[in-house]
Ligand binder design. Structure first.
Ligand code: MG
Length: 159
């Protein structure tokens, strides 16, 4: 079994949609980014890539490649699912913490877990998403950015 960690942070800006864990949420501001700027999905992707020692999203989905321009985060998750399957590996579980001042995510966490699990091709019981307010501290706590940290456990055949 192999463990991986992922981290992402995106700056918040006016006039951007807010997409977290592939879900479009009601908010005045959203994350800046080359794609839809979804730090939850991006941290999950990096955690799984890290578990397989396959680098990070920048390696697989370079922003210089038009294919990934404005790509929805669900597309990255599906590509990661394919990479895991191609290596005969299995995602055992993933756990994400997202830090944001607003909006409150409590009512969305269940749907977020299901959406992430659907794209990753696993049962939603294997996906955990937790939200913290940041208590007014740091860029995320002050509402300037949204930050996400993830860990993933992957079972591989060869070791
Ligand atoms: Mg990102």
């Amino acid at each position: 079994m192999r463990v991986g960690q992922g981290y992402d942070i995106h700056r918040l800006a006016d006039g951007r949609p807010l997409v977290l864990g592939t879900l479009r949420l009601q908010a005045d501001r959203g994350c800046e980014g080359h794609s839809d700027g979804d730090p939850v999905a991006h941290a999950v992707c990096d955690a799984i890539l890290g578990a397989l020692a396959l680098g990070d999203m920048g390696v697989w989905f370079p922003s210089s490649d038009e294919r990934w321009k404005d790509a929805p985060s669900s597309l990255f998750l599906v590509e990661i699912k394919k990479l895991v399957a191609e290596r005969g590996a299995k995602l055992l579980n993933v756990d994400v913490t997202v830090v944001l001042a607003e909006p409150r995510l409590g009512g969305h966490l269940s749907a977020m877990r299901e959406a992430l699990a659907d794209h990753l091709g696993c049962d939603h019981s294997r996906v955990s998403v937790k939200a913290k307010s940041g208590d007014g501290l740091g860029a995320a706590g002050r509402g300037e950015a949204i930050e996400a940290m993830a860990v993933a456990l992957v079972e591989t055949i060869e070791d």
